[in-house]
Design a protein around this ligand. Structure first.
Ligand SMILES: Nc1nc2c(ncn2[C@@H]2O[C@H](COP(=O)(O)OP(=O)(O)O[C@H]3O[C@H](CO)[C@@H](O)[C@H](O)[C@@H]3O)[C@@H](O)[C@H]2O)c(=O)[nH]1
Length: 238
């Protein structure tokens, strides 16, 4: 079974080499696709150098402009489908998601269609995030559950394993939201198609190196994007 970890990057020069090494240090044979939005800090050049060491396992797609994490993942999903991967993972570059948890997400996905590395399925498992960010994220998940009736504790989670058929059936070109809203939209579309979703408890650790790309626009898009998703689902346009 072919497994691909998609890592979107924007200015991750401090993290990219270590995260790639950590994935390739696992016993399992994960491939990696880095989707970089022409990071000014030269992230893609570091990946190009590493490709010499891992020519068949490490792939790189460079997009011309910064266009949000969601669009980067959609680009990666299409690439994964074209290249016949069976299981496709989303993972941040900054070690917020522990690469050592990849095998347990994969195991869980073998008995489901989508496995979510969840911060909130067993209490609140977030380390070193400012309290404001924890509260925002936790209550955002509650808001999404309430509005969309989505039976998931961590609706904005960005550490996910999909079986290929999920991506094929939801039609990734239909996904519109770009930021955290993208994570919500992917889960809602997967749920609406009747796929089996499981949550696997993980510990999310705030990044040590580099900066988060979160901004007010991303939050705004998520709040209104959820209402729009609800509307589309009511009128049967999802
Ligand atoms: N290619 C590309 N990558 C991006 C972009 N914006 C962010 N990224 C990459 O996406 C990953 C996550 O970005 P962060 O900016 O560190 O995200 P965060 O604020 O910590 O958000 C995390 O938690 C959210 C929920 O609380 C998640 O919704 C989100 O997906 C992510 O996991 C990192 O690898 C970062 O480089 C972009 O516009 N383009």
């Amino acid at each position: 079974m072919k497994k691909l970890v998609i890592i979107p990057t924007y200015n991750e020069k401090e993290n990219i080499q270590d995260i790639i090494s950590a994935v390739f240090a696992l016993e399992d044979d994960f491939h990696i696709l880095v989707v970089d939005d022409s990071s000014p800090d030269g992230t893609a050049e570091i990946v190009k150098d590493l490709q010499k060491e891992f020519p068949h396992y490490l792939h790189l797609s460079v997009r011309k402009v910064k266009d949000g994490l969601g669009k980067a993942y959609i680009h990666g999903f299409k690439w994964a489908i074209e290249n016949n991967y069976d299981y496709i993972f989303e993972m941040d570059a900054d070690f917020s998601h522990n690469p050592n948890d990849l095998p347990k997400l994969f195991e869980a996905c073998l008995n489901a269609d989508m496995a979510i590395g969840s911060r909130y399925s067993k209490g609140v498992n977030v380390v070193n995030w400012p309290m404001g960010r924890v509260l925002l994220s936790y209550f955002a998940s509650k808001y999404v559950r309430f509005v969309l009736g989505l039976p998931i504790h961590d609706t904005t989670a960005g550490f996910v394993c999909f079986s290929r058929k999920v991506l094929e059936e939801i039609g990734v070109d239909n996904v519109r939201l770009k930021g955290y809203g993208f994570q919500i939209e992917m889960k809602f579309r997967t749920f609406k198609k009747g796929f089996k979703i499981v949550e696997v408890p993980i510990i999310f650790t705030n990044r040590i190196l580099g900066e988060s790309k979160m901004n007010g626009g991303i939050i705004h898009e998520a709040v209104f994007g959820v209402l729009n998703l609800k509307w589309k689902s009511i009128i049967g346009r999802l």
